[in-house]
Design a protein around this ligand. Structure first.
Ligand SMILES: NC(=O)C1=CN([C@@H]2O[C@H](COP(=O)(O)OP(=O)(O)OC[C@H]3O[C@@H](n4cnc5c(N)ncnc54)[C@H](OP(=O)(O)O)[C@@H]3O)[C@@H](O)[C@H]2O)C=CC1
Ligand SMILES: O=C(O)[C@@H]1CCC=N1
Length: 270
């Protein structure tokens, strides 16, 4: 069977994308080859997804006919680029898609000269098809490459095209954002426990509150401020809670978190 998708790095994000792409039938397991250094992880990926697994990134690259997805840490990017340098050819090349935080199109195009590359920033809700991925296209891509990337990432959620100057900000917001939301859910549940709720019920209330609020904002397309006003009765419970959040600098903390993450993304690309 021809390998269509090569995945270099089958960690958290690589697996999130892999699981959904296979589940949706975008790629058959036999059409996928993953490279991973650790034998335990290799066995896990082979057994869980029935995909081909290899330790040699060059084999994964040369065998892949459609897409090579780079999903390693940005810190190992140059080592991988050096490894692959010998097998690069402009004759038949897969589309290279990098999801590495901070690594720029110009760095990708220096590593893969004259090859079609796309810089993408997905997020972990991709695992359940509720991700959002920002794409920016390299100079050697064409409409077919763009369509292919859209097909891959629309299988795991929404897709937006952005100019590269926005990619660090996207990383700070939607790339890292699931961690901030998870922290908020955990804290809401802790608050519920502090107020006397059993842990299981507190977790359920916290998760569903965040999920339902997001769905309401999305489906009714209302401004978050308006929704806040709808919940806030005069002299009621919510305004007492909001006053406390404002005292603790809640909004500012989130703004600064997104800015710090965007800055770190910029640093990782230097
Ligand atoms: N996690 C997230 O929410 C998101 C991550 N990203 C980006 O995705 C990339 C991967 O992140 P994440 O999945 O969290 O990280 P992980 O560490 O979970 O995954 C990276 C994987 O690559 C493997 N690896 C290390 N060296 C090599 C190598 N030389 N060849 C092949 N595989 C190798 C690692 O193995 P080992 O552990 O043994 O070193 C690991 O399994 C990062 O660049 C990150 O910026 C983008 C969006 C969201
Ligand atoms: O924390 C990180 O660096 C990666 C990039 C976006 C989400 N996780």
């Amino acid at each position: 069977m021809t390998i269509k998708l090569g995945l270099i790095g089958g960690g958290v994000m690589g697996e999130a994308l892999l699981s959904r792409l296979i589940d949706r039938g975008i790629y058959q397991p036999s059409e996928v080859m993953v490279s991973e250094p650790q034998p335990t992880r290799q066995n896990y990926l082979r057994q869980t997804y029935n995909v081909n697994v290899n330790t040699d990134n060059c084999v994964v690259f040369t065998e892949s006919r459609e897409v090579v997805l780079l999903a390693v840490k940005p810190q190992v990017f140059s080592a991988i680029a050096q490894e692959l340098a010998d097998v690069l050819t402009t004759k038949i090349s897969p589309l290279v898609i990098s999801i590495l935080a901070g690594v720029s199109l110009s760095q990708l195009e220096s590593a893969f000269p004259e090859l079609p590359v796309i810089r993408a920033m997905p997020n972990t809700p991709a695992t359940v098809g509720e991700g959002i991925t920002a794409l920016c296209l390299g100079a050697y891509t064409n409409g077919k490459h763009h369509k292919l990337a859209q097909q891959v990432f629309s299988a795991v959620g929404q897709v937006v095209d952005v100019s590269e100057m926005l990619m660090d900000a996207v990383t700070g917001l939607s790339g890292s954002g699931p961690a901030y939301v998870a922290l908020m859910v955990e804290s809401l549940a802790d608050g519920g426990v502090a107020a006397g709720l059993p842990r299981g019920l507190a977790n359920q209330l916290a998760v569903q509150t965040v999920l339902g609020t997001a769905k309401l904002l999305q489906e009714h397309k209302i401004h978050p401020g308006e929704l806040k006003d709808r919940v806030t009765s005069p002299g009621g419970t919510t305004i007492a809670g909001i006053a406390q959040l404002e005292r603790a600098g809640f909004r500012s903390a989130l703004i600064e978190a997104v800015k710090a993450s965007a800055l770190r993304s910029q640093e990782l690309g230097q």
